[in-house]
Design a protein around this ligand. Structure first.
Ligand SMILES: NC(=O)c1ccc[n+]([C@@H]2O[C@H](COP(=O)([O-])OP(=O)(O)OC[C@H]3O[C@@H](n4cnc5c(N)ncnc54)[C@H](OP(=O)(O)O)[C@@H]3O)[C@@H](O)[C@H]2O)c1
Length: 235
């Protein structure tokens, strides 16, 4: 049995990824939730509460598992209690930006710090950081969404930097940043325009695309940024 850890399994994409893994043979999953209560159970699924902004809670969670074969961090926010994504610089608020960094950026580094030993115990560990295409600087043709874009761009830098360190200290690992497409979840739904021609995915379809890519990854791909169509995204 291989061990997967899905941080944010109470979310749209995290939940679909957990269920898809459990429907395949050979996986047990530890999933985390924060403000939502888990709405489903499975004999090979265990749930833990986690506030991903707390290093102490991450460290405690990681003592539970001797081996981690797959670690997917799906946690992220686009809106905070008093603010949505900025359409203009007039809406910029540093407090909102810091909240975005706390949830979108720092967690992958604290997770890596405390999961390192369990990842080393795996034959070929895979770590996926849910990023977003809007975090690509070279792909930014539209502007807007300052805090979220900056937090995901910083996440991409964290992935690249960590991958360089792990090529020396954890060479069997494959660590990537991943854009899941526009997925119909609580995070994105308020911003989906019903008249738009943009392709949107169900969480189930998005999870399938993610696992399809995951099955093709090798350590040679570490430190790269991919989208749901299996194409590399420039940083
Ligand atoms: N949906 C899209 O179109 C889209 C596009 C590009 C990238 N992404 C990225 O994909 C990832 C998953 O997004 P989603 O659409 O599935 O969002 P979602 O349904 O809103 O799920 C977000 C998850 O993050 C968790 N979370 C938020 N703050 C947390 C905290 N402080 N501590 C612990 N967990 C926390 C939530 O837990 P609780 O609900 O239990 O609080 C939930 O499980 C995000 O990183 C997002 O940026 C999504």
């Amino acid at each position: 049995m291989k061990q997967a850890v899905i941080i944010g399994a109470s979310g749209g994409l995290g939940g679909a990824l957990a269920r898809l893994l459990l429907n395949q043979e050979g996986w047990r999953v530890l999933g985390t939730h924060h403000q939502s209560e888990p709405l489903w159970q499975h004999p090979l699924m265990s749930w833990r509460t986690l506030d991903v902004r707390s290093e102490k809670e991450i460290a405690a969670l990681m003592t539970l598992l001797p081996t981690i074969d797959l670690l997917i961090n799906t946690t992220g926010i686009l809106t905070s209690p008093h603010q949505g994504p900025e359409k203009s610089i007039r809406q910029f608020n540093a407090e909102h930006m810091m909240m975005s960094f706390e949830t979108n950026t720092a967690p992958i580094l604290n997770l890596a710090k405390h999961a390192q030993a369990a990842l080393k115990a795996s034959h070929r560990p895979i770590i996926i950081a849910l990023s977003a295409r809007v975090g690509s600087i070279s792909d930014n043709d539209l502007g807007g969404w300052y805090s979220y874009r900056c937090a995901k761009a910083a996440l991409n830098m964290a992935v690249k930097t960590l991958a360089i360190e792990w090529q020396r200290s954890l060479p069997t690992a494959t660590l990537i940043a991943y854009h899941p497409g526009t997925v119909r979840t609580a995070l994105s739904s308020p911003f989906l325009n019903s008249g738009s021609t943009r392709t949107t995915l169900s969480p189930e379809d998005a999870a399938e695309h993610c696992l399809l890519l995951l099955n093709t990854l090798t350590p040679a791909n570490t430190g790269t940024f991919w989208d749901w169509r299996g194409q590399k995204i420039p940083w």
